[in-house]
Ligand binder design. Structure first.
Ligand SMILES: Nc1ncnc2c1ncn2[C@@H]1O[C@H](COP(=O)(O)OP(=O)(O)OP(=O)(O)O)[C@@H](O)[C@H]1O
Ligand SMILES: [Mg+2]
Length: 265
């Protein structure tokens, strides 16, 4: 049974459907990539899964089944209990993750407190561990206000927050776009390690096809709000069928000839 099953999901801005009849499922421990050109509906699909669509945008039809629950039918309180604990999100716009006037450690602590009965010490230890795992200076970040950190540190703090409770599903919307390549590789390594340890699934939105090649089990490609092609990452890379998939992959020559270029980083 899949951990997440998105069934015939359509999302509308009141005038028209922006995302149309999108279906896919993600198995336990599976790394599922979502690709597509800018504006194709990837982020809105991710936001709809966790019920974080902007107020004027709504799900017009479909189901989002997580485990055995239809997330679209839960009360606000019920979905809040799932978000952060069972499904963690790392969004493209990580700037919105933290409020400006509270220390980062305190903000993450509030979130952990909501979802666990851990003592203060246990919560702090886990938060510091999570920072350390992605090479953040843990004590300093814990004590800092958001404006005291660089953009990359802030993004990693958002990632640390997402990973701290070892969720069953991680929704990662271009999580490494703002990071330098070494930090990005480290963050992805941590995601991969967490997956190995906890068998969590990953819904991974990216433009970086090298990451699809390296990490994803399966992938789908979106165009104008629809999924136009899905399959194993390997088959999509080797035998793309739709023009948009061909276009995406042909933009990175090293993907076509991995044997000649060695390991793709
Ligand atoms: N808050 C919003 N209000 C109105 N329209 C929106 C909003 N967010 C997204 N859209 C529109 O919905 C469509 C899909 O947007 P979405 O953000 O899902 O694209 P995306 O595939 O994530 O693109 P990118 O790769 O650039 O992040 C786009 O046409 C976009 O303009
Ligand atoms: Mg997006």
């Amino acid at each position: 049974m899949p951990i997440l099953s998105v069934q015939h999901l359509s999302i509308s801005d009141q005038q028209k459907d922006i995302v149309k009849n999108v279906s896919f499922s993600i198995g336990k421990g599976e790394w599922f990539a979502c690709l597509g050109e800018s504006g194709s509906g990837k982020s809105l699909t991710a936001s709809a899964i966790v019920r974080l669509l902007p107020s004027h945008i709504t799900v017009s039809s479909g189901n989002v089944v997580f485990g055995e629950q239809n997330l679209l039918q839960l009360t606000r309180k019920e979905i809040q209990m799932i978000r952060g604990k069972e499904i963690a999100c790392i969004f493209q716009d990580y700037q919105g993750t933290f409020t400006p006037f509270m220390r980062i450690g305190k903000q993450i602590d509030e979130m952990v407190k909501t979802h666990t009965d851990w003592s203060y010490k246990q919560r702090k230890d886990e938060i510091l561990r999570s920072f350390k795992e992605i090479n953040l200076p843990e004590t300093r970040v814990y004590e800092s206000y958001p404006f005291q950190l660089s953009g990359g540190q802030l993004q990693r703090a958002a990632i640390a927050q997402a990973l701290v409770l070892k969720p069953k599903l991680i929704i990662a919307d271009e999580p490494t776009t703002a990071l330098d390549s070494i930090t990005a590789a480290n963050v992805l390594k941590q995601l991969e390690l967490l997956r190995g340890k906890t068998n969590c699934a990953v819904f991974f939105i990216t433009h970086d096809l090298r990451l699809v090649k390296r990490y994803a089990d399966r992938a789908s490609v979106m165009l104008n709000g629809e999924i136009v092609e899905s399959g194993s990452a390997e088959s999509l890379i080797k035998h793309p069928k739709h023009d948009v998939t061909k276009r995406l992959f042909s933009a990175i020559p090293s993907l076509k000839k991995p044997a000649e270029t060695g390991v793709v980083s």
